[in-house]
Design a protein around this ligand. Structure first.
Ligand code: SF4
Ligand code: SF4
Length: 404
């Protein structure tokens, strides 16, 4: 066995070959289309140069056999597009279920589903609905979707699930922006009342080239009072979610971006999900200054966030657990690296998902010697190489490797 040893500060970090192997695949993403029926104002699909295309279904069985050999139990049938606009998409679900693989989806729920679609959705393991607000006017403005259509679809799916004797797991996905912050409490109330079990809060990322065309801003770009107001509202709604038996997930990077801004305003850092006190003690200020220097956080510019702090790496397990299969058959290691590891048309799934290219990426993340994309990644927080290695080692193995 080959051992890779190098020094991280005084500690010696040992990475062995097994650390570079894939782990249990939690929920591979298969992108069936990059087309969408909406034109959300912050979406990449409205930017010039965006390519819209569909998955070549000739490759589906080959792919599913590869995933099956890894013991995959669940796939997500969407990428950067809306799967439910594909004609006969419920038949796709049935083809996947025939492999004894469960299906989940992220959808905008913007069209009234017919009975066959409702039946397919009711059988899904979970459904993530992209909905940023329940303020009707704002929802129309941001996404162009009538709230009633979303709620009616949800209600019909719940009724069908009851008939089938299964439970529907709805999640709501919210891209946090200054426009939706004032309506967050009614959003959570409505979600809880309509059976949402988990709320996902995603980061609004605006590329420099789109700054003039997208009017929304993430909470981190608000003035100091705006950030404090957001933190108070956010703390209240997170508490409400958990008090009512719900769960939430906050995309990594949101807290870091806010803390950069707070540091630039000379205020103490926050921890999302905990009450925020903007009043600093002297000790806190000294501590914060030390952190600022150590982490090289000197302004609120988002580029500063992405400079690799010394001896840090990305807190990211995507390349071990979640392949992202594109419409053209190319396999990406995550949603953010648009570099192909290989194409399912030409190579066996194993040769791609445990091949040299992905092992190289895993090595880079474990060692902290990362490529530009990972250093620039706005969706993963920082951690130490030691913590990252520990986390990877705690992941369960997959059936492909266990069978060998
Ligand atoms: S629903 Fe999703 S893919 Fe479609 S335009 Fe909106 S953000 Fe983009
Ligand atoms: S780009 Fe981000 S999500 Fe993708 S592998 Fe790198 S750190 Fe992970």
């Amino acid at each position: 066995m080959k051992w890779v040893i190098f020094r991280v500060r005084e500690d010696t970090l040992t990475i062995n070959d097994d650390d570079l192997l894939s782990k249990e695949l939690t929920c591979p993403l298969i992108s069936f289309t990059t087309r969408c029926n909406l034109r959300c104002i912050y979406c990449a699909s409205i930017q010039p140069g965006y390519v819209a295309r569909d998955f070549d279904l000739k490759n589906l069985d080959y792919l599913l056999e590869g995933l099956k050999s890894y013991g995959v139990k669940l796939v997500q049938i969407n990428g950067h597009g809306e799967t439910t606009i594909i004609p006969d998409w419920p038949k796709l679900c049935r083809r996947i279920l025939d492999y004894d693989i469960g299906v989940s989806i992220t959808s905008n729920f913007s069209k009234k589903f017919d009975e066959e679609e409702i039946d397919s959705l009711a059988r899904m393991e979970w459904i993530i609905i992209s909905i940023d607000t329940v303020n009707r006017e704002l929802l129309m403005k941001i996404r162009g979707v009538p709230l009633e259509v979303i709620l009616d679809n949800m209600s019909r799916i719940s009724s069908r699930a009851k008939e089938l004797g299964v439970t529907t797991h709805f999640m709501w996905d919210n891209t946090l922006s200054d426009w939706v912050i004032p309506h967050l409490e009614e959003y959570v109330d409505c979600g809880l009342a309509t059976g949402v079990i988990k709320f996902i809060f995603g980061r609004l990322i605006i590329h420099e080239s789109a700054r003039n065309t997208i009017p929304l801003r993430p909470p981190s770009e608000l003035p100091a009072e705006g950030i404090i107001n957001f933190l108070q509202i956010f703390d209240k709604i997170l508490k409400k979610i958990t008090d009512n038996g719900g769960e939430y997930y906050i995309q990594p990077g949101i807290e870091e971006a806010i803390n950069e801004s707070l540091a630039a305003y000379g205020m103490p850092p926050c921890r999302l999900g905990e009450p925020y006190n903007p009043k600093m003690t002297l000790n806190e200020r000294i501590f914060q200054t030390a952190v600022k220097v150590k982490e090289n956080i000197i302004s609120k510019s988002s580029t500063i966030l992405n400079k690799t702090p010394e001896h840090r790496t990305r807190n990211c397990i995507h390349p071990w657990v979640e392949p992202f299969i594109q419409t053209d058959g190319e396999v990406w290691p995550c949603c953010y690296i648009n570099e192909s590891l290989g194409n399912i048309r030409d190579r066996k799934f194993h040769d791609i998902w445990d091949g040299d290219a992905i092992r190289q990426l895993r090595y880079e993340i474990l060692s902290g010697n990362m490529r530009e994309r990972c250093r620039q990644c706005q969706c993963r927080s920082w951690t130490s190489p030691q913590e990252q290695l520990k986390r990877v080692r705690e992941l369960p193995s997959n059936e492909y490797h266990l069978a060998k």
